[in-house]
Design a protein around this ligand. Structure first.
Ligand code: NAD
Ligand code: UGA
Length: 458
């Protein structure tokens, strides 16, 4: 067997794939293998078209794949030879039984722990990469270290903070890397082994060490705080629309206060993505399970505000289109939950499309990366939707355009041409505040942006 350190990652998804690709790229002295039960996904990681779209990822994978980065379905073999095992399986919201709709579903997680136990014959460092409820490591350790094989496992928490669309940059130049362990000699030694991996390319002062529970809870807290900022500015956006204040001006004015800071203050149709909602609801569930109802209610309101903002967006459309969109063609510009990704998980586009269909609108969706996922998300109503890659064709004959995703492409379109091909009055609902309102108004559109005074011709 090779004496190079063997790293394994279980779960080849949005986190496991890019994270391990960057570790392999930056650490040619390590062997990194990524395994998954999904053979199709592994085949895609080994092929020409990677299973996820991330700027810069192709190059990183191409440099390391076959050299010290391997994608495989041999989970058992991978476990046997690994010294450090990252677990990056999905931890969705539970859909059944106790905690349904709120708690984290840890079935994939526990299955993985049992698999690691079954196939390990030597000491392993097991790293929680997935986002997990605080104190999950306790259960993990009970499963792993309750064995009678004499094999010891050290569990670390190393949550991932990358954002989709900027994953490669976030991994190459992270704000911080967080590693939690027990403060025992074994725990600290395991932590040091992982610190050594990261400090190959991450400045030492950006690697934060903490106890296990702080690391686990910091991940949920970071997502809750980020989402809270969006809900806060979205709450203010509604007030702006009533008072003729401009939400971008308000965000700029408050963001220049260095205590508040400028980022994550962009008002929108609402936040989406696979994690904000799930992680906050998980936090809410954990608070309630400790009898902490006031903190639970507080965090739950962040999600409630987001749901309200999405519904409000559709209500604005209805109200300004003579209280009916029945039979009207409405083009959704974008369906990804943010730009530069094909991911549509929890995209506000899902709620907006469904509400419009309930109102009997004729919905057309255009997106440069996310149409395949959109078809899956809306498959139960897909007969009522047109999926159109060309935004000009999507808008032709439409009464309204609703911008759901802030793709650069949508800023550069010829809106005079689009206006000519639309039904009149033609309206634009900019759910991302990316378009030039004044210019669109002068072309002839009625323009409705988030947190801004509408510009109307009637
Ligand atoms: P994902 O669904 O894209 O990938 C998870 C992968 O795990 C899937 O390919 C699945 O087939 C595989 N898997 C499940 N059970 C398995 C098993 N027993 N053995 C082998 N493979 C198995 O999920 P993701 O977006 O990569 O998220 C993974 C975790 O990371 C979640 O806890 C998430 O909250 C967290 N996270 C995600 C992001 C993000 O941007 N997506 C960022 C930070 C943290
Ligand atoms: C988010 C966090 O930013 C990551 O740190 C975290 O690792 C990740 O969740 C996770 O745990 O999965 P991500 O969901 O990929 O990353 O993308 P974000 O950039 O955070 O955007 C989330 C949503 O908020 C998007 O729908 C985005 O459009 C929206 N958003 C973001 C706003 O509406 N306004 C803003 O100012 C910022």
């Amino acid at each position: 067997m090779s004496n190079r350190t063997q790293i394994l990652c279980i779960g080849a998804g949005y986190v496991g794939g890019p994270t391990m690709a960057v570790i392999a790229d930056k650490c040619p002295h390590l062997d990194v293998t990524v395994v998954d039960i999904n053979a199709g996904r592994i085949a895609a990681w080994n092929g020409d078209t990677l299973p996820i779209y991330e700027p810069g990822l192709d190059e990183v994978v191409r440099r390391a794949r076959g050299r010290n980065l391997f994608f495989s379905t041999d989970i058992e073999g991978g476990i046997r030879k690994a010294e450090i095992i990252f677990v990056s399986v999905n931890t969705p919201t539970k859909t059944f039984g106790q905690g349904a709709g709120c708690a984290a579903d840890l079935q994939y997680w526990e299955l993985t722990a049992r698999q690691i136990l079954a196939h390990s014959t030597s000491h392993k460092i097991v790293v929680e990469k997935s986002t997990l409820p605080v104190r999950t490591a306790e259960a993990m350790e009970r499963i792993l270290n309750g064995n009678d094989k004499g094999v010891r496992f050290d569990v670390l928490s190393n949550p991932e903070f990358l954002a989709e669309g900027t994953a490669v940059k976030d991994l190459e130049q992270p704000d911080r890397v967080l590693i939690g362990s027990h403060e025992t000699p074994e725990g600290v030694a395991a932590r040091k082994a992982l610190v050594d991996v990261y400090t190959t390319w991450v400045p030492r002062e950006r690697v934060i060490e903490s106890n296990l529970w702080s690391a686990e809870l910091s991940k949920l807290t970071a997502n809750a705080f980020l989402a809270q900022r969006i809900s806060s500015i979205n709450a203010i956006s509604a007030l702006c629309e009533k008072t003729e204040a401009d939400v971008d001006e308000v965000a700029y004015a408050i963001g220049t206060d260095s205590r508040i800071g400028p980022r994550f203050l962009k008002a929108s149709v609402g936040f989406g993505g696979s994690c904000f909602r799930k992680d906050i609801l998980n936090l809410v569930y954990i608070c309630r399970s400790y009898g902490l109802d006031a903190p639970a209610d507080y965090w739950e309101s962040v999600v409630n505000m987001n749901d309200w903002q999405q519904a409000r967006f559709v209500q604005t459309m209805l109200a300004s289109m003579f209280n009916t969109v029945a039979g009207k063609r409405i083009a959704l510009f974008g369906f990804a939950f943010k730009a530069d990704t094909g991911d549509t998980r929890e995209s506000p586009g899902i709620a907006v499309a469904r509400q419009l269909i309930e109102e009997h609108a004729r919905v057309v969706i255009t997106d440069p990366q996310a149409l395949d996922n959109a078809k899956v998300d809306l498959k139960d109503v897909s007969r009522e939707i047109v999926f159109e890659p060309d935004p000009y064709k999507a808008a032709a004959g439409a009464h309204a355009i609703a911008v759901i995703t802030e793709w650069t492409l949508f800023k550069t379109l010829d809106y005079e041409r689009i206006f000519r091909a639309m039904e009149k009055p033609a309206s634009i609902f900019d759910g991302r505040n990316i378009l030039d309102r004044q210019k669109l108004f002068e072309i002839g559109f009625n323009v409705f942006a988030i947190g801004k005074r509408p510009l109307k011709h009637f």
